[in-house]
Structure formats: C-alpha cells, structure tokens
Design a protein around this ligand. Structure first.
Ligand code: AMP
Length: 125
C-alpha cells in the first residue's frame, strides 16, 4: 500500500525499527548519517537499500528538512556503498520511490541501489 510522502513520521515503521536494532538486517555499511542493508526481496542481483539515520518520511521530507550535513553525509554514503560493492565501473541504478504514484511502501526515506545486470528500460508501462 503506497504511503503519503507528506504525512508525519511513523516511529514504528519497519525501517525505524531496523534503526533501533529491533529487526535484523544484512547490513553492508553504517556511519553517523546512514545505514545500508540488503533488500529482503531483491529485484536485481544486487539490491541494497540506503536509509538516513534521521527521521525523514520521504525524499520530499528529506530534501526540504534535512540539514546540509545530513544530506551531504547521506549522498556520500550512497556513493560509498556503491563503490565498495564494486558497482562504479559496471554501473548501477538509484531509485527513491516517493509517495503514492512513486509506489513508496515504507515511510522512511530509502534509496535503492540496483545492479548486477543490464537493468533495461527505466519504467514498466
Ligand atoms: P519501496 O517500495 O520503495 O518503499 O521499497 C521498500 C523496500 O523495502 C522493498 O524493496 C522491500 O523488499 C524492502 N523491505 C521491506 N522490509 C524489509 C526488511 N525487513 N529488510 C530489508 N528490506 C525490506
């Protein structure tokens, strides 16, 4: 069920619970700004999610309300995770589903890193 990207933060959403250590993940990277872990239902051979540590519902919320430090820290973390996974040369796709029409299901900002094969056309029609 897609979420409303402009709604208030739900402290019990699944990624909030992951950040609190209540739900285990296959973590690939963590720093003060971001946590990266493997998607539980991979859509590509490599499918990593990167989430900010701050409580941001969506890209809309983060780009509006995140501090410059949080935003730069998060963007650098996404790049770092992709590089460390060996994806810079073969390439990869970043995806941040946002709100209802974007198909966002979890109301805590996450960027998908998708890779490991030619990913083909961007949108299914
Ligand atoms: P989105 O549709 O952009 O909101 O994507 C949410 C993603 O979170 C999906 O790709 C799910 O497979 C993934 N997901 C949901 N729960 C977990 C979990 N516990 N651990 C890892 N990934 C998850």
């Amino acid at each position: 069920m897609p979420i409303d990207a402009t709604s208030g933060y739900d402290h019990n959403n699944i990624f909030a619970r992951i950040l609190r250590g209540e739900i285990p993940t296959k973590t690939v990277y963590e720093d003060e700004h971001a946590l990266a872990f493997h998607d539980i239902n991979p859509a590509a051979p490599v499918h990593i999610l990167v989430i900010p540590k701050g409580r941001y519902v969506s890209w809309d919320d983060f780009s509006r309300n995140g501090s410059d430090q949080e935003i730069s820290g998060f963007v650098r973390a996404v790049g770092h995770v992709a590089r460390e996974a060996g994806l810079a040369q073969p390439g990869y796709r970043l995806l941040a589903n946002t709100g209802h029409d974007g198909g966002q299901e979890v109301p805590h900002l996450h960027v998908h890193i998708l890779a490991g094969r030619r990913l083909g056309a961007m949108l299914s029609r």
